[in-house]
Structure formats: structure tokens, C-alpha cells
Design a binder for this molecule. Structure first.
Ligand SMILES: C[S@@+](CC[C@H](N)C(=O)[O-])C[C@H]1O[C@@H](n2cnc3c(N)ncnc32)[C@H](O)[C@@H]1O
Length: 293
């Protein structure tokens, strides 16, 4: 169960979900024709010291193999979609990027950003400390100006972002990937209101929106292996309260032009359709892009 002000590090609670996503990207990166190539994903998993039973490791079993195969295809689809979002936004002239709940997202190290882009990565202190330590030890070089911002997205995160040098007068490309279910409904509402206040015209946002996943993901045997390996019950980490409106409706009401695509359709378009079990477990997942008019 969640509570206001609860804390975590990279191997506990919501922090371990960042590790789970990195593990899925590590698996997808080894695919013959990967949707994402993330050279840091496996490094993060190794350094965290948690045995997540990835395929090809000595402790892998049939249960975990099934889980990681489903997870890695979906994570590949969402990574590709959001990579394209950022490349498109920056090619169109946007020079400020904010990755909300960045976790172990390595886009600042793996995407070919144009000159003069700044990427702000917002997450909790212990998550960013782990990430920075590993990247330092690896002598990883960012391909962009990267600014980590420690904040809790249930609190006054705009203050932390602004203090870190964020400029609300220029267009921004925002990302909320793997975040919304971990926020209380009120913090989600406030997140879009705050993004609106901080966004100059021409700003863009991309959002992953799970319409119906929580109970199935938590209880389904297909996800058991991964959750056991991470020491989590993912459903327990979601804030279950009903959301007032979808991100698409909310952004439209704020006068953003929004377009949602189902993960199912995108996976087909990328040539990596999701299997029926995965689709049933995940429910409807939408990947949304919007531009502030
Ligand atoms: C599933 S991971 C996704 C990480 C990253 N976006 C990705 O896709 O690789 C969830 C992330 O949300 C962060 N997070 C969740 N709730 C948060 C909060 N209230 N404040 C700051 N970060 C939060 C966690 O620390 C974790 O890194």
C-alpha cells in the first residue's frame, strides 16, 4: 500500500519498477531487430545487484522467461514511440526537454540530440543518486546537456525544476512514461495543470496512459516471475482511485491538440505485435502525444 511521502531506492517499492523497465530494455536490446538499443540498461541491472532472472542468466526459469519476453516487447514499443517523439520535437526546434519520473531512462546518453538541447530528468533522490553513480563509474558521456532534478512529483516539483534552470518562456517537450499509475489521482490532475502553466506555446507532451491494467497486471501468473524477482506486487504500488478524466480529455480541455494511439496498433505498425495474453493483461494502453496550441 502507498502512503503520502513514502520513500524508495532503486531496489524497493516504486524505485524497483525503474529497474524492471531497465531490465526489459536490456532484453529488448538483445533482440535481433531491437525496437530500442539501450547500452546502459543491463549495466543498471547488474549494478543494482538484484537477481531479476533475465533470459540467458543461470537463474532464469520458464516463468521469468515468459514474463520478460512479454515485457520487453511492450517496453520496446513504448521506448521507440517516445524516442521518435523526442527526435521529432527537437528536429522541429524544441530545445528544452523534461523527463518526468526519469528512472533509469538513458535517452540523454543514447539519442542523437541536436545542439543546444537541455534534458531535465526529474525523479526521487535515491533513484537519481544510483543512476548518476553508475553512469559516472561507466564514464558515460551524455549526448546532450543533462540536468538531474530531485523532486517528488506529489509535491511542488515545479519549484525544483525552475531552481534547476528550467525556462517556462521557451517551448518544452515533456514525457510521462511509466508514471501515472504511481501518482494519486489528485497529483495526476495537478501534473497536467502545472505542465500547462510551465509550457510556452508550441510545447509538446507524450504520455503513457493505462486505461485498465492495474488488477490484471498484479494478479496474472504471467507477471508473477518478474514481480517475485523484483520483490514487488506492482498492483500494490498503483494508486487505485478513479481518475477524473483521461490525459487526452484533460489536455484537450487545456487546449492542447492531442492524439492517442493504442499500444496494440503501434506494436503492429512496428512489426512486433503483442500476443493475446499480454494484451489481455495490459488492458488498453494508450500512447499519447499532444501539442500546446
Ligand atoms: C516504472 S518506472 C519508469 C521510469 C522511466 N520513466 C522509464 O520508463 O524507464 C517509475 C519511475 O517513477 C518514479 N516515480 C514514481 N512516483 C514518483 C514521485 N512521486 N516522484 C518522483 N518520481 C516518482 C520512480 O522513482 C521510478 O523511477
Amino acid at each position: 500500500m502507498r502512503s503520502n511521502g513514502d520513500r524508495w531506492d532503486i531496489t524497493t517499492s516504486v524505485g524497483a519498477t525503474a529497474l524492471g523497465v531497465a531490465a526489459a530494455r536490456a532484453v529488448e536490446s538483445r533482440h535481433a531487430d531491437p525496437l530500442v538499443e539501450d547500452p546502459f540498461a543491463q549495466v543498471f541491472v547488474d549494478r543494482a545487484g538484484l537477481d531479476v532472472k533475465l533470459p540467458g542468466t543461470p537463474t532464469a526459469d520458464a516463468d521469468s522467461a515468459e514474463t520478460w519476453s512479454a515485457m520487453s516487447t511492450y517496453m520496446g514499443v513504448r521506448s521507440r514511440f517516445f524516442d521518435e517523439f523526442f527526435l521529432d520535437a527537437t528536429q522541429s526546434g524544441v530545445r528544452q526537454v523534461v523527463i518526468l519520473a526519469a528512472g533509469l531512462d538513458a535517452r540523454a546518453f543514447r539519442l542523437p540530440w541536436p545542439d543546444a538541447v537541455t534534458v531535465f530528468e526529474v525523479d526521487r533522490d535515491a533513484v537519481l543518486e544510483f543512476k548518476d553513480r553508475v553512469l559516472d563509474e561507466e564514464s558515460a558521456r551524455a549526448t546532450v546537456r543533462r540536468v538531474p532534478v530531485t523532486a517528488d512529483l506529489r509535491d511542488d516539483w515545479p519549484a525544483a525544476l525552475t531552481a534547476a534552470g528550467f525556462d517556462p518562456s521557451v517551448p518544452t517537450a515533456w514525457l510521462a512514461e511509466g508514471l501515472l499509475p504511481y501518482l494519486p489521482a489528485e497529483a495526476e490532475e495537478l501534473l497536467f495543470e502545472r505542465v500547462q502553466q510551465l509550457s510556452a506555446p508550441g510545447s509538446r507532451i507524450a504520455v503513457e496512459h493505462f486505461a485498465s491494467a492495474s488488477t490484471l497486471v498484479s494478479g496474472h501468473p504471467r507477471f508473477r516471475g518478474m514481480q517475485q524477482a523484483l520483490g514487488l506486487d506492482i498492483g500494490e504500488l498503483f494508486y487505485p482511485e478513479q481518475r477524473g478524466r483521461t490525459p487526452e480529455v484533460h489536455l484537450s480541455e487545456l487546449r492542447w491538440k492531442a492524439l492517442a494511439t493504442s499500444a496494440k496498433d503501434l506494436a503492429v505498425a512496428y512489426g512486433r505485435p503483442l500476443d493475446e495474453d499480454t494484451l489481455e493483461i495490459m488492458g488498453t494502453v494508450e500512447l499519447l502525444e499532444a501539442v500546446r496550441l
